[in-house]
Design a protein around this ligand. Structure first.
Ligand SMILES: [Zn+2]
Length: 332
């Protein structure tokens, strides 16, 4: 048996590499958030620039936590990226959110070399879902769906208490499920994808074409963002209210299909647009209930809740995923 005095606190680092922001957290194996960084990034930066940026930030975090808690030991790093990944080989297969040189990039090998730490790769939406399972709104549920509504729409599934990755690690791509058979053409090639009509980008587009007048800091249409449209709706603008009602309704259509397919206990809603709270959730909930009468409230229904982790879910999930992979590797 180990003596308490020999116990070193094990810490893992999670990195969420988004198109506009880089988020890094350090988490103890007890779940305590020890450090957190958030810096803006340019998605068009070559991969080497971003890897160097990450290495600098991780070194800062390691210095910071070893100064405050000398007994800590950083043991693993998880990198969440927006795109298709190949976890076993540690390659990013395909991404449209980052510079082109990320396609086919051996990201895990590069991170290991830059940080001298074991590293793992995970898709960003799945990282956020795993974060909700370990530390967020999914705690206590065995079966839940996570949906992140930001500029785009992502998602992930937890089934039987485990992250369900799918045959190619791409389950839960809710943003490209169809809600309008002949709807607008999506960058993916399909028509009427959920992301085309219910994402932050869709809210901004709708505002630019349908709203008139000054709702933001300036009077030009650049002031239309999901946040300013939400503020206008709360202030009583009927068009802005209708835009959020439609967004919630489309999300409800897509999630109603998911509820009928999987019969989950809960839906956890995250991402920047979810900060609109009930403005988004009320019409979404109403639509889900309307379209899932077989799972009526009397028959258990489905809990619908906001993510308590907000935009940290991906970085937290990446850190927890790295720790879990390390435990698995140690156990076998
Ligand atoms: Zn699509």
């Amino acid at each position: 048996m180990l003596h308490m005095s020999t116990r070193r606190r094990v810490v893992s680092i999670g990195i969420d590499l988004g198109g506009t922001e880089l988020k890094i957290v350090a988490i103890g194996d007890d779940g305590e958030l020890l450090s957190r960084r958030r810096v803006s990034t340019d998605a068009t930066s070559p991969r080497q620039v971003l890897i160097e940026r990450i290495a600098t930030l991780v070194a800062e975090i390691r210095a910071e936590i070893s100064a405050t808690s000398p007994e800590t030991m950083v043991v693993a790093v998880g990198l969440a990226v927006p795109g298709v990944i190949d976890a076993p080989s540690g390659h990013v297969e395909f991404t449209v959110a980052l510079a082109e040189d990320w396609n086919g990039f051996a990201a895990v090998a590069a991170l290991k070399a830059a940080l001298s730490l074991p590293a793992v790769l995970i898709n960003d939406a799945q990282a956020a879902t795993f974060g909700e399972l370990t530390d967020g709104g999914g705690r206590g549920y065995r079966d839940f769906v996570c949906v992140t509504v930001g500029t785009g729409i992502g998602g992930g599934l937890v089934l039987g208490g485990r992250l369900y990755a799918g045959s190619r690690g791409m389950s839960g791509v809710l943003g490209h499920t169809t809600v309008l058979p002949d709807g607008p053409l999506c960058a993916c090639g399909n028509r009427g994808c959920l992301e085309m009509v219910a994402s932050g980008a869709a809210i901004t587009r709708a505002a630019k074409t349908r709203l008139t007048g000054d709702i933001g800091a300036s009077s030009c249409s650049d002031s239309y963002t999901p946040r300013t449209v939400a503020e206008a709706a709360i202030a009583g603008d009927a068009v802005a209210q209708e835009i959020y009602a439609e967004t919630g309704r489309y999300l409800g259509v897509a999630l109603g299909n998911v509820v009928c397919t999987l019969n989950p206990q809960a839906i956890v809603v995250g991402g920047g647009v979810s900060q609109a709270g009930e403005l988004l959730l009320a019409p979404m909930r109403e639509e889900i209930v309307r379209r899932t009468s077989v799972f009526s409230v009397e028959r258990g229904g489905v809990d619908i809740l906001l993510s308590p982790l907000g935009s940290d879910a991906g970085a937290i999930g990446a850190a927890r995923w790295a720790a879990k992979q390390r435990q698995g590797a140690t156990a076998t």
